[in-house]
Design a protein around this ligand. Sequence first.
Ligand code: MEV
Length: 308
Amino acid sequence: MTASFSAPGKAILFGEHAVVYGQPAIAVPLPQLRARALIRPLDSPLKIIAEGAPGRRGIQDPLQKMAEITQQQLGLPRLNGEITIQSQIPIASGLGSGAAVSAAIGRAAAALAGTTIRDEVLNSLVYEIEKLHHGKPSGIDNSVIVFERPLYFRTGYQPEFLRINAPLRLLVADSGVAALTRDAVAHVQRLLQRQPDFAREALQRIGNLVESARRCLEAGEQARLGQLMCENHALLRALGLSSPALDVLVAAALAGGALGAKLSGAGMGGNIIALTPAAAAVDVEQRLMRAGAVTVISASIGGEQRQA
Ligand code: MEV
């Protein structure tokens, strides 16, 4: 018998990096893009198999560690069986692959022992694993992925779930360049040491944008939301977190009629997101592909879906 447990990818709409320094940020789950963990109860000690994810080398330890800390936290007996990971989320692309795999493993490990894990508990365990991937995570990735709801997040506070009234149509375009969150976060840390006034002001301005974006999301003001995305991209770019490939994708999306576009996640590679009205979706997608996107995924955000 096998059963499957999963968690979604995520996109940060506003506030990446600034959120590491106490500013708020807004993130949404990408339910169409999932990491799944299939369980097979056996009498042998737990084995975790990562399938079909090129470049996933070296990630075995965090996978084992996630199962181990789930077992310890829930006071479970030794885990027996197999967990097979199948992830549709590209790694090192800002879409939360690591946190989604951890969340799926936590759910699967609990199920192997015949129990379930509460989201609050799972969230704190996934956060522990996030710390292994990159030193100083804000906690936004694990929160949006575990709760699978759009959220307004600030480190040290309970995440606030956002009600998105007018559904958002996002195109998520992959530059095909892998970039580690750890490196991008370290870059901002260095900038804060070398140019503290400039970096602090940029991070504060990003925080201010997040507050405006929250109001627009709740009021369904998508045109203004798009402008705020462009402003957020410009600030991330000024902080040295964009790349020529990402800038070209943002420009292509805007030329095709997107209301706004920005890099999403840690940057320096990975993905951009474009807020794209339905009427412009085909044109924007084609332009993104011509501009060098490796893949373009369409996501509709709003309403509260959750898959098994
Ligand atoms: C990465 O998805 C988002 C960052 O803000 C890092 C973090 O919040 O831990 C760059």
